[in-house]
Design a protein around this ligand. Structure first.
Ligand SMILES: C[S@@+](CC[C@H](N)C(=O)[O-])C[C@H]1O[C@@H](n2cnc3c(N)ncnc32)[C@H](O)[C@@H]1O
Length: 362
C-alpha cells in the first residue's frame, strides 16, 4: 500500500475523507489540518461531519497523515456521499464516478461501518452485497475483472454512516490500533517513570498542533520525563528539552535512548530559556502543582513568565501548543504577551481537572 500511495502522490488534488477518533473529535479535526499545514500540503473545501472530514488535497497528504497523526483512523478516496436510505445509496452508487486509476489487483471487498449508531436502520450486510454488485458491474465495464474476496482482498471499498449521511470510497490507509501504536510508550513502560506524564497519543497531538517539522528545532521547556519529546523525535523533529529538576533531565535522557532518539536536554528554568531565537515549534505541558511541582511559583506567574521568554526564542509566525488547567486564563495571558490565538480545546481529565489546550502563533 505504501508504494501505491507513493504512485498516487503524483496525482493532483482530489477529494478524500478521513475517519476520526470519537473520544476527541474536535482535536482530531485540528490535528489533521495541523499536519497538512506543518508539511505544507495544499488543501481546500474541507467539511466536517461527526467523526468524519471531507477534504480536497493531494494524495500524498495520506502519507503524512499516516506517518504522524494520532487521532485520524482512516483515509479514503471519496467516490460519493448520499442520504442514508438504502434506495438513495444504491441509486447514487450506480451513478458514481469510480477513479479507475486507483483500482489495482485481482480482488476487492466492500465494508460498511457506522459512526456511533448512524444508519442503524440499514442492513449492513445487504448493503455490502448490493454495493459489491454495483462495483462488479462497473469494473467489468472498464475491463477490470475482479473477484469479491472478503478474507484477503487486494483493495477495499469502504462506506460509512455519519450524521444522516453515507460516505463511500476506496480505503487508502487505516491506522493500527491504539495498543499497537502507543502502548509501548506509555509512562509506566518507559525506563524512567514520573506520574505527571501525558499519555503518548495526546503528546503526539500536541506535537502536531505545534506544527513541528522534520529536522527543525522542537522545544519542550517543561520536558519532565520526556513524553512529548519522544513523540516529536519520532516524527523526525530535532528535539530540545529543559526541566528545572536534574533528576527529570536525566530520566528524560534515559527514556529518549530507550526509543533510539537523541536530543539536547538541559537543566534550566523555563522562565529564562537559554536558547537562541531559532526554535521552530514548542509543545509543552507545564506543571499544574499537583503531581508535578511548580517549585512554589504561582501557576499564573509561571505561565506568564514562560510565555514571555518563549516569544523571544520562537521564530516569528511559528506555533506554540500549551496545556493548562481551566482556572488559568491562558488566552488572556498569551494575548497580552502578543501571541495570537489559533485555537483552544477543552479537555476533561477527571472530576476536579479540566485542561485547556491552547495553540498560539508568535
Ligand atoms: C507535567 S511535567 C511535564 C511532563 C512531560 N510532558 C512528560 O511527558 O513527561 C512538568 C515538568 O515541569 C518541570 N518544571 C517545573 N517548574 C519548572 C520551571 N520553572 N522550568 C522548567 N521546568 C519546570 C517539573 O520539574 C516537571 O518535570
Amino acid at each position: 500500500m505504501k508504494q501505491l500511495i507513493k504512485k498516487w502522490s503524483q496525482m493532483a488534488s482530489r477529494d478524500l475523507f478521513f475517519v476520526l477518533n470519537g473520544e476527541y473529535p474536535k482535536l482530531a479535526f485540528s490535528e489533521a489540518i495541523s499536519i497538512l499545514q506543518a508539511t505544507e500540503r495544499q488543501y481546500s473545501n474541507f467539511t466536517k461531519f461527526d467523526q468524519l472530514m471531507k477534504i480536497s488535497t493531494s494524495m500524498d497528504s495520506v502519507q503524512v497523515i499516516a506517518r504522524r497523526s494520532a487521532l485520524v483512523h482512516r483515509c479514503c478516496a471519496y467516490f460519493f456521499e448520499s442520504d442514508d436510505t438504502f434506495e438513495e445509496i444504491i441509486e447514487t452508487a450506480k451513478e458514481m464516478i469510480v477513479d479507475n486509476s486507483l483500482i489495482f489487483g485481482k480482488s476487492f471487498a466492500v465494508r460498511i461501518k457506522r459512526i456511533k449508531n448512524y444508519g442503524a436502520h440499514i442492513d449492513k450486510v445487504e448493503l455490502e452485497r448490493q454495493l459489491g454488485a454495483v462495483l462488479f458491474n462497473h469494473l467489468e465495464q472498464v475491463n477490470k475483472v475482479m473477484k469479491v474476496n472478503l478474507e484477503n482482498p487486494d483493495i477495499t471499498f469502504y462506506g460509512i454512516f455519519t450524521e444522516n449521511k453515507f460516505f463511500f470510497g476506496l480505503n487508502l490507509w487505516k491506522s493500527e490500533t491504539y495498543f499497537q501504536r502507543f502502548d509501548k510508550r506509555r509512562g509506566h513502560k518507559r525506563e524512567f517513570f514520573h506520574p505527571g506524564t501525558l499519555e503518548p497519543r495526546l503528546s503526539r497531538v500536541l506535537v502536531n498542533l505545534s506544527r513541528a517539522k522534520d529536522d527543525k528545532l522542537f522545544l519542550d521547556p517543561f520536558s519532565g520525563s520526556g513524553g512529548i519529546l519522544i513523540e516529536a523525535g519520532l516524527i523526525g523533529a530535532t528535539i530540545l528539552g529543559c526541566d528545572v529538576q536534574k533528576t527529570m533531565v536525566k530520566g528524560a535522557s534515559v527514556n529518549l535512548k530507550q526509543f533510539n532518539l537523541s536530543g539536547n536536554l538541559i537543566c534550566a528554568d523555563a522562565r529564562q530559556l537559554p536558547f537562541k531565537d531559532d526554535i521552530y515549534a514548542i509543545a509543552t505541558d507545564p506543571p499544574y502543582g499537583r503531581s508535578s511541582t511548580t517549585k512554589g511559583i504561582e501557576l499564573n506567574k509561571l505561565i506568564q513568565s514562560f510565555l514571555g521568554s518563549a516569544t523571544n526564542i520562537l521564530q516569528k509566525k511559528r506555533y506554540i501548543c500549551i496545556c493548562t488547567p481551566t482556572h488559568i486564563n491562558l488566552q488572556t495571558i498569551a494575548n497580552e504577551i502578543g501571541l495570537k490565538t489559533v485555537e483552544l480545546h477543552k479537555m476533561r481529565v477527571h472530576k476536579s481537572l479540566t485542561r485547556i489546550i491552547g495553540v498560539f502563533q508568535n
